[in-house]
Design a protein around this ligand. Structure first.
Ligand SMILES: [Zn+2]
Length: 275
């Protein structure tokens, strides 16, 4: 989606709200009258370089899933993250930051805050699954589920406007009604972009690496909740599956996976989705 489309929807919503306010005599016109000139529009995407934040899951006291072969999820995620960063850092139009570069514990909220504070263009959280069914295997990618996101929008508006105005959020002089619309639209735009990234990763990786039967997934993961940073969570495989655990425990295979993923992420960040 182009960012201008988001802008148009914003304007359209304001107009509708203005009409509704007038009709109902609720005084909502003020939302769209002189205030409009002062209300900052949703930020336009800056030009490249695109900032990618890689988030190796777990770490420190939190090992994550443990493979049948004893391999720890936190080790795999960090290795994949560092490999991806190394492969992408040399690219002209991409900048890379990691939420952790060592075996340290980083709270989930801090990972999201890190990406938001930097104004990341894409947040990729890296994990490895574990499932009761030992046959389940393959890579999958998650973005935030619609339902969770709708509920979330309300609480985000409340939390961010009232409790944490110092965060990179809407300025506090913005009418809360307008702020709610802006944040809602930002969230929708972010979700659409996240879904686009998720699908492209799966499409690009198919044939290069074992893929889960239903690989395009949605969930209400904490790390996917940034309203303004497109975010996906990548499950590189199942540590509860012998074949996947063997592949993910192998440095050679991890190098291969990182190379394929780097290719896809590069393609996405320099492609039409981010044009
Ligand atoms: Zn995990």
């Amino acid at each position: 989606m182009h960012y201008d489309e988001g802008m148009n929807r914003w304007q359209e919503l304001l107009t509708r709200r203005e009409m509704l306010g007038g009709m109902l005599g609720l005084g909502l016109v003020c939302v769209a009258s002189p205030a409009i000139a002062n209300v900052p529009l949703p930020p336009r995407k800056p030009r490249p370089p695109r900032l990618l934040v890689l988030d190796p899951g777990h770490g420190g006291k939190d090992p994550g899933a443990i493979g049948r072969n004893g391999v720890l999820e936190k080790t795999i995620t960090l290795d994949l993250g560092l490999r991806l960063a190394n492969l992408l850092r040399g690219q002209e139009k991409i900048q890379v930051r990691l939420t952790r570069e060592t075996d340290t514990f980083v709270p989930l909220q801090d990972r999201v805050k890190f990406a938001r504070a930097l104004g990341a263009d894409l947040f990729v959280s890296i994990h490895a699954d574990s499932a009761p069914n030992p046959k389940a295997r393959g890579l999958s990618v998650y973005s935030l589920s619609d339902r969770a996101s709708d509920d979330l929008t309300k609480s985000l508006v409340e939390q961010e406007i009232k409790a944490e105005p110092e965060q990179k959020t809407l300025p506090d002089y913005v009418d809360p009604e307008v702020a709610a619309i802006l944040l809602d639209l930002t969230t929708k735009r972010t979700r659409q972009l996240s879904a686009g990234v998720k699908e492209r990763i799966i499409r690009g990786m198919t044939g290069d690496w074992p893929i889960l039967t239903n690989p395009i997934r949605s969930a209400n993961f904490v790390v996917l909740r940034a309203p303004d940073v497109p975010s996906v969570l990548l499950e590189s495989g199942f540590l509860s599956n012998t074949q996947d655990a063997t592949m993910l425990a192998s440095k050679t295979q991890r190098a291969r996976l990182a190379k394929e993923l780097a290719k896809e992420i590069h393609r996405i960040l320099t492609g039409p989705l981010y044009a």
